[in-house]
Design a protein around this ligand. Structure first.
Ligand code: SF4
Length: 264
C-alpha cells in the first residue's frame, strides 16, 4: 500500500517583537477586528446583503459614504413626496408625475376612510408591533407607502410605490417584497382575514403583479413570516460578510474601479 506523503504544515512567519506589525491587532478573515453583525433588518437591508454581504455591511453597519444620489434617486424622492402630499391632503389633485393608468387607484385609495399613508411599521422578532424608532427592541422595519382596510371583508390592501425601471429579471425579489409586506400585515392586523399586496410603478403606469394584486389568507401570511424568519436568521448570523463579486460590482460605490475600498 502506498504511503501518503505528509505535507509539512507551514507556520506563519512571526513579526519581530516591538515592530508595528507585531503590535497590530490580529486579522479576522480579512477584517482588522471581527465585524459587527446586523441586529435589525428591513427589506432593503436584506436585499443589499443578498446582493453582496460586504456591500451591505459597509453601507448599513459601517455607514461608509456612497457618494451623491443620482438623478433617478432624487426623482424617486421627489415623486414620493408628491404622492404623500396628495394622500394627506397637503396638495390638491393627483401629482403630474403619476401615470394616468394609476389615477383611478389613487382616487379610490384616497376616498377610503381606512386609508394608511407612509406607515412606519416596527416589529420585534416575534412579529409583534413595536415602535419603529425603538432602537433596542425593533428588529424589523417595514415602510408602507399606502393602503387601506376593506372593513366589510376584513382584508388589508397594501401598496408599495416605485419609480424608474421595472426589471423582469427581478421578479423573484418583487414577490419576496410583497410577501414581506403581507407577513408584516399579519403582525400589524392579527384579526384580519386576508391581505393583498402590490407594487405600483407610479410613473410608468404599470403594477406588479400586472393583472391583480397578490392575495393571501391569514394562515398563508403566517407561513410567510416563517420564511422571512429563516432569511433574516441567515443574515443576522453572518459574521464574515464575504464579498460577492459579480453583476452588482458595476454599480457598487465601493468597487475598485471607482476608487472604492473593495478589491473587486
Ligand atoms: S465591488 Fe462587488 S464585491 Fe465589492 S463590495 Fe461592491 S458588490 Fe461587493
Amino acid at each position: 500500500m502506498a504511503t501518503k506523503k505528509v505535507v509539512p504544515i507551514k507556520l506563519a512567519k512571526l513579526a519581530k517583537p516591538g515592530t508595528a506589525k507585531a503590535l497590530a491587532p490580529p486579522k479576522t478573515r480579512g477584517w482588522v477586528t471581527k465585524p459587527k453583525p446586523f441586529t435589525s433588518v428591513s427589506f432593503s437591508r436584506w436585499g443589499d446583503w443578498d446582493k453582496c454581504p460586504r456591500y451591505a455591511h459597509w453601507k448599513h453597519i459601517l455607514k461608509k459614504p456612497e457618494g451623491p444620489k443620482n438623478d433617478a434617486m432624487l426623482r424617486g424622492i421627489f415623486i414620493a413626496e408628491q404622492e404623500e402630499a396628495y394622500f394627506t391632503g397637503k396638495a390638491q389633485g393627483i401629482p403630474p408625475d403619476i401615470h394616468k393608468a394609476h389615477h383611478k387607484l389613487f382616487k379610490f385609495a384616497k376616498s377610503q376612510k381606512t386609508l394608511m399613508v407612509e406607515q412606519n411599521w416596527g416589529f420585534n422578532r416575534q412579529w409583534e408591533p413595536v415602535d419603529y424608532f425603538d432602537w433596542n427592541n425593533c428588529f424589523l422595519r417595514i415602510k408602507v407607502d399606502f393602503g387601506w382596510q376593506d372593513v366589510k371583508k376584513n382584508v388589508i390592501h397594501l401598496k408599495d410605490n416605485k419609480t424608474g425601471k421595472f426589471r423582469e429579471q427581478d421578479n423573484d425579489k418583487y414577490v419576496m417584497q410583497l410577501e414581506l409586506y403581507t407577513a408584516g400585515g399579519a403582525g400589524m392586523f392579527p384579526s384580519a382575514k386576508g391581505f393583498t399586496s402590490e407594487l405600483v410603478y407610479t410613473d410608468l403606469g404599470i403594477s406588479y403583479p400586472p393583472t391583480e394584486p397578490m392575495s393571501y389568507t391569514m394562515s398563508e401570511a403566517k407561513k410567510l413570516q416563517k420564511d422571512w424568519d429563516k432569511r433574516f436568521g441567515r443574515m443576522v448570523a453572518d459574521e464574515t460578510f464575504r464579498p460577492k463579486p459579480g453583476f452588482y460590482c458595476s454599480w457598487c460605490p465601493y468597487t475598485k474601479s471607482k476608487g472604492g475600498d473593495c478589491e473587486y
